[in-house]
Ligand binder design. Structure first.
Ligand SMILES: [Cu+2]
Length: 375
């Protein structure tokens, strides 16, 4: 009797799920023929089944982009035409030690390059999609005013290139991401980054700028499962990432990737959240942000903030001075996400100041001690 019930339940579940998969297969075989953004769901796009042969893609040693990899502040006082070249490249990289994944990237890293232009510039962005890509790719920059944010003119088939021209008319810090086909899938697989449209007057001078981006990975195998992991579209639509990481993989902003500063430095963090599902509650343990530009609204800063929200598909800019040496942990303060990978280290070197902070520091355990995955 019990077995019959289970069989019946399984059968019914498969009947409910089957039509969605069937539709997706059709959509997939017609190469995402959806011409515009007018045919969203419900339920006919998520079940993206992909057969991937990892051997067909370049294997990268490190999928993450360094937090310090940011172009210098702009010094010119005139607008110009800025040429930007991006490549959509699908690669194999590691989410964590011996956990590999078929990432989709801009320029082989996650996040893609930090783009920096000046308010009033005209951007000429060339996007090339590598020949061996499994999908068409494109780009939607939130700095663009126009249909699709650029996506409407940049859907690039494998082996092809397209050019987008736009005026960066509004200063701010913006996400860019691929939005071809099922946009969420392309974001979840790693196609995102930040573009800063510097105000004409520039930003205030700081000693260090860093690039931090939160993102999610939806793997078939659960957290910590070794080996090549396929993308799980059902987990994505349920908003249940296995990994939530800074800069593309677990541990990207630790050890060699940690943010290096010294006592007295002014620090600026450009923080983006690719999502694709979670809002980030960005916090640096042991620090107070002197200035937060909420949602990267450059004209309306807040002062003395502990934790700030970074919406999915949004950014924030925070500034603070570091006063005391040691390791400061960057987190999404929905703290269980630390175990999914959402943490990094800001290292401050220099001399201690007992008037600021004192006690038995030697008794403090390493910040990552409790964060080992023991699954
Ligand atoms: Cu894409």
């Amino acid at each position: 009797m019990q077995i019959k019930k289970i069989v019946l339940a399984t059968l019914m579940a498969s009947l409910i799920i089957a039509p969605a998969y069937a539709n997706e297969k059709k959509a997939h075989h017609s190469k995402h023929s959806s011409k515009s953004m007018t045919n969203f769901g419900p339920g006919d796009h998520y079940a993206h089944s992909m057969k991937v042969n990892p051997a067909k893609f370049v294997k990268v040693d490190d999928i993450s982009r360094a937090a310090s990899d940011i172009p210098q502040p702009l010094t010119r006082n005139k607008s110009k035409i800025v040429e930007i070249n991006l490549r959509a490249v699908e690669v194999i990289g590691e989410i964590a030690d011996r956990v590999s994944y078929h990432y989709w990237t801009f320029n082989k890293t996650v996040p893609g390059p930090f783009l920096r232009v000046r308010e009033g510039d005209t951007v000429e962005l060339n996007l090339h999609n590598e020949k061996n890509s499994t999908h068409a790719h494109g780009i939607d920059l939130h700095a663009v005013t126009g249909p699709g944010g650029g996506m409407a003119v940049t859907k690039v088939e494998p082996g092809d290139s397209k050019t987008l021209r736009f005026k960066a008319k509004t200063a701010g810090l913006y996400i860019y991401h691929c939005a071809a086909g099922n946009a969420a899938t392309h974001i979840a697989n790693g196609m995102y980054g930040l573009i800063l449209v510097e105000p004409k007057k520039g930003l205030s001078k700081v000693d260090h700028e860093f690039y931090v981006m939160q993102g999610e990975l939806f793997t078939k195998g659960r957290l910590g499962k070794k080996g090549f992991q396929k993308f799980d579209s059902y987990k994505m639509i349920n908003e249940r990432p296995e990994y939530i990481v800074f800069n593309g993989r677990t541990g990207a902003l630790t050890n060699k990737g940690q943010l290096q500063t010294k006592v007295g430095d002014k620090v600026r963090l450009f923080v983006g959240n690719a999502g694709v599902s979670k809002i980030s509650s960005f916090h640096v343990i042991g620090e107070i942000f002197d200035t937060v530009y909420p949602e990267a609204a450059l004209k309306n800063p807040h002062k003395n903030v502990q934790t700030t929200l970074v919406p999915a598909g949004g950014a924030t800019m925070v500034e603070f001075e570091v006063d005391y040496p040691g390791d400061y942990v960057l987190v999404d303060h929905a703290l269980t996400r630390i175990d999914r990978g959402a943490w990094g280290i800001l290292q401050v070197s220099g001399v201690t100041d007992a008037t600021l902070y004192s006690g038995d520091l030697a008794s403090h355990s390493e910040p990552n001690e409790s964060m080992h995955m023991s699954h």
